[in-house]
Structures are given as C-alpha cells and as structure tokens.
Design a protein around this ligand. Structure first.
Ligand SMILES: [Zn+2]
Length: 126
C-alpha cells in the first residue's frame, strides 16, 4: 500500500512553504533550549518521541496511523503560542487533524490523539 500523505506532506506545499525554509533557531530566536515529548498510541502501541532544537521535526508532526490521510498536528502553532505568552511548560493533548480514507473521501475521522509535553528555556533577552 502506498504511504498516505501526512500533514507535513500537504501543508509544506502550501502555506508553510516559506516558513519551512527557516531553521528552528531562525524562527524562534528567543528560545535557548526546547524539550518536546510526544506520546502516541494506546496500550502496547504507546510510543514516546523526544525532540530538541537539534532534531526538531518541523512545523508538523505526522500521524502514525497508516490509514490516516493528512494526519498530524502543528508543532509550530504550539511553540508560537507558548512564545507569545511566555509559557515555559505545557502538558496538553492534541487531536489528529486528518481522516481515514483518501483526500476527498472521508471514511471516518482519525481517532489518533497525542499527548504533548513541551518545555522551553528562553534566552536571556538583551
Ligand atoms: Zn491521524
């Protein structure tokens, strides 16, 4: 089966085409360090992914559900909101924005959810 397109495949080609050319440090100049933990799946399928500045996965985190089209959620939106509020820690959940089926046919909404734990250390402003 051909791999389904995920959020990063779709959105990278549209509104984020320019933004993606910026590296994490270029976009988020006020962040000195970031720790991102993303928990997906349930029970035996539970997985934790950990990221920092050096391995930032990009604007979108892709949904691991193989049936899901356009799935994932925006990491960039969470970080931008944290930066604008000066938030240093969040422990929250996000729903997948994709659906099962193909691009135009929706069989059902994707049930995948993500627990997101973000820690930001801001650079001392000059
Ligand atoms: Zn999904």
């Amino acid at each position: 089966m051909r791999k389904k397109k995920k959020a990063s495949d779709i959105y990278h080609k549209t509104e984020y085409v320019f933004k993606d050319k910026l590296s994490f440090s270029e976009e988020f100049t006020s962040i000195e360090e970031i720790s991102i933990e993303i928990l997906t799946g349930l029970g035996d399928q539970r997985k934790i992914r950990k990221y920092s500045k050096s391995n930032y996965p990009g604007e979108y985190y892709d949904c691991p559900n193989p049936l899901c089209y356009g799935g994932g959620f925006s990491l960039g939106d969470i970080i931008r909101e944290m930066v604008s509020n000066g938030t240093t820690h969040i422990d929250d959940t996000r729903r997948c924005i994709g659906h099962e089926g193909v691009s135009t046919r929706v069989d059902r909404e994707c049930i995948e959810g993500f627990r997101v734990i973000f820690e930001i250390k801001y650079a001392i402003s000059k």
